[in-house]
Design a protein around this ligand. Structure first.
Ligand code: GLU
Ligand code: MG
Length: 436
């Protein structure tokens, strides 16, 4: 029997899981030092080119230092051996955190929230599209039992792997789009939630490939397809462990109101991290149930921040279930950085003691255009260049991360804009869907 391998990985600026492996037998002895890594790897675009200019060039050496709390085992299926995947922080050779490490960026963002006396609990809800001859029957109706069965045995294997590895699956469902599915996990602390989002993508892609399916998390697999969203559920807790997102009347609490106001105020800057690809903005707009503008809405699926219901059915404490759902993220975003940008914006709202934003109780289309600005309902950037320019113009947002991390991110995405400049929308979607 061959000896299994452990793959030590980072998730980079284009949301790909990249790394190096070692024999699992050697892992206990070698995990403190991790494996070598190269700074310029962070400048890779979705399509494999290295963005230029980037601050790294050919110089430097780093280490991927694994965190055993962020691990998954890809099961042995269909001739593919079992492989452990462990997520890592990127460190300098002497063990100091690398200033551009995306995972450390989230650790640091959460520390600023902690300084404000709050803890974040989160969960990523992820949609993706399955394709390939093994999806049988094709074109099953939305949300149907037939669509559920079409993805077997993949679906049952996915939920089983998540359950046996304590990744707390909640629901597995056929979604609205053709071949579209969604997996949701229980909420946990912010860093673990983002780690799980990365590990779930790895597991989904791997199990799908083992069953002759292709899984794509691309925001759109075709211009007229139903979008694949990544919805981030967020709740705030105080130091005594009490939920402080909503009050018993369902209104945002003082801190949650300021946090949400910060998120709305910095929406364009956040989008440059949370929906950062050339095709991301195609997913937005009215009636897409993704995010039609930057506003907070009660149980409104077109809001950027949706106030989710507080169910009393089942006997749980509704205040503990209360959460806000950030709907404008997609899987071209690095989950650590998307969440870090949201947290930084929220903490800015707390520091500035911003008043709670207007909460839209009805449909967006019932609010006349001329009323929207007064209610703080602002359009999202219409394309990637506008999102990047808005980020660069937002001085506060420019201070959220190391300048080299920001510069590399912007360079990557501008390189992708250039690479796809003369390419049709259909081919743009296809090119992302092949990788993401
Ligand atoms: N597919 C929608 C999106 O792109 C989300 C639909 C839903 O689950 O509400 O975000
Ligand atoms: Mg959904």
């Amino acid at each position: 029997m061959t000896a299994p391998l452990t793959f030590i990985a980072t998730c980079d600026l284009v949301a790909l899981t990249r790394g190096r492996s070692m024999r699992t037998d050697d892992y206990p002895m070698r995990r403190t030092a991790g494996v070598g890594w190269v700074p310029a790897d962070l400048a890779l675009t979705t399509f494999g080119d290295i963005a230029s200019p980037n601050p790294f060039g050919s110089l430097g050496d780093l280490r991927l230092v694994p965190d055993d709390a962020a691990r998954i085992t890809l099961p042995a299926i269909a001739g593919r051996p079992e492989t452990d995947v462990v997520l890592a922080c990127i460190a300098e050779e002497d063990g100091r955190a690398w200033r551009c490490d995306p995972r450390t960026a989230l650790v640091d963002a959460l520390a600023t929230l902690d300084e404000a006396g709050l803890r974040l609990v989160a969960s990523f809800e992820q949609e993706f599209t399955l394709s390939g001859p093994a999806l049988e029957p094709r074109g099953a109706p939305p949300f149907s039992l037939e669509a559920h069965r079409a993805a077997e045995p993949f679906g049952t294997e996915l939920v089983h792997a998540l359950q046996t590895q304590a990744l707390a699956p909640e629901t597995w469902l056929p979604e609205y789009g053709d071949g579209q599915y969604e997996i949701t996990l229980a909420a946990t602390d912010g860093l673990a939630a983002a780690d799980r989002a990365i590990l779930v993508r790895a597991l989904v892609r791997d199990l799908a490939a083992a069953r002759g399916l292709r899984a794509s998390f691309a925001p759109l697999v075709a211009p007229d397809a139903v979008g694949n969203g990544v919805h981030i559920h967020l709740s705030l807790w105080d130091r005594a462990g009490r939920p402080v997102t909503l009050d018993p009347s369902g209104a945002l609490t003082g801190p949650a109101g300021s946090f949400a106001a910060g998120v709305v105020a910095h929406a364009p800057g956040i989008l440059a991290w949370a929906a950062p690809s050339v095709i991301s903005s195609l997913r937005f707009g009215p009636h897409h149930w993704s995010s039609a503008a930057a506003f907070v809405g009660r149980q409104n699926r077109e809001a950027m921040l949706r106030i989710c219901p507080m169910p009393t059915l089942g006997g749980g404490d509704p205040l503990r279930a209360a959460n806000l759902e950030f709907r404008a993220c997609d899987a071209t975003a690095n989950p650590w950085l998307a969440l870090a940008a949201i947290v930084r914006a929220g903490v800015d709202g707390l520091r500035e003691e911003l008043p709670a934003p207007h909460v839209l109780e009805g449909e967006l289309e019932d609010v006349p255009e001329h009323e929207r600005a007064r209610l703080g309902i602002v359009p999202l950037p219409g394309d990637l260049e506008s999102a990047l320019a808005a980020l660069e113009a937002d001085e506060v947002a420019c201070g959220w991360f190391d300048p080299d991390l920001l510069a590399t991110h912007v360079a990557i995405r501008r390189t992708e804009l250039e690479l796809l400049r003369d390419v049709s929308p259909a081919e743009r979607c296809e090119r992302y869907a092949r990788v993401i």
